[in-house]
Design a protein around this ligand. Sequence first.
Ligand code: BDR
Ligand code: CA
Length: 316
Amino acid sequence: MTQRKIIIDADTGIDDAFAILYGLKSEKADIVGITTVFGNISVELATENTLRILKLAGRENEIPVSRGASKPISRELQGYSTHVHGQNGIGEVELPLSSQRPIEEAADDFILRMADELNGELVLVTLGRLTNVALALRKDPRLAGKIKHLYVMGGAVQAPGNVTPVAEANIWGDPEAAELVVRSGMPITLVGLDVTMKTLLHQSQLDSLKRTCKPENRGIVDFIDGMMRFYFGFYREFNGFRDYAPMHDPLALLIALEPGIVRTQTMHLSVECTGELCVGMTVADLRRKPRVGTPVQVCVEVQAAQAVELLLAAFD
Ligand code: BDR
Ligand code: CA
């Protein structure tokens, strides 16, 4: 089987951690590196969580981890989402320390170098703000033509936002970076709230996974179960969801490996960077002859139940 060569870029909170573990377990992925970014938590904590997750998965010192941006490209940091992900970003579950340290090379340089070395084969999956990719594009705009595909967890095109009425967190947290990346012409699939809010994991599914999983996955499954309890708590309080939550970041990684699980539609997309009410909105020009924006594949439908089954099967 030919594996896709993937860099995951993450602000390693709860759903990022799930996505990373899924990527590490999938036979269809060769995770060639993980870059980190501020967002759910600080970039330092995101980096530390990533290193510990690699150890949990038995991949300590095998996959390079590169630290990235600590703030947006052109605006002030707006704070973190510890109410969603916990003070430590992983639902207050404690993971053992790793002996691995991040590489010296910063995330933007690492992405640029890997794009060259992999000669058109590099797939990027971003699970946080697009700051690292934007910084890399600023250094070398030719990056847009060297990436095989960029899967972005972010945006809300025809669905409500989750930070403001119209903006999703990863785009809202650095709209200028998102706009720069969209405009670059890089081949992009946008995995937004339009599909992630339909892809729901229930506690009962984790309970059954705990009963059936292979002994070698026991530690990972217990960790996921622990983090998800915190996450379900947030979704219960803020959305009224009873013991279930959307799989934002895991779905983005899944789509990179199983593109048939979604239906996409080409839309001319722009990111709103000014204004009071709409900053961070992903605006699609749906007119018959679009005049604004850059063509992007937007996920519009997902086979949600099958997606969740595929995600869980990786740990069974
Ligand atoms: C996105 O925001 C973060 O909280 C999650 O990790 C996910 O990447 C969902 O809007
Ligand atoms: Ca994330």
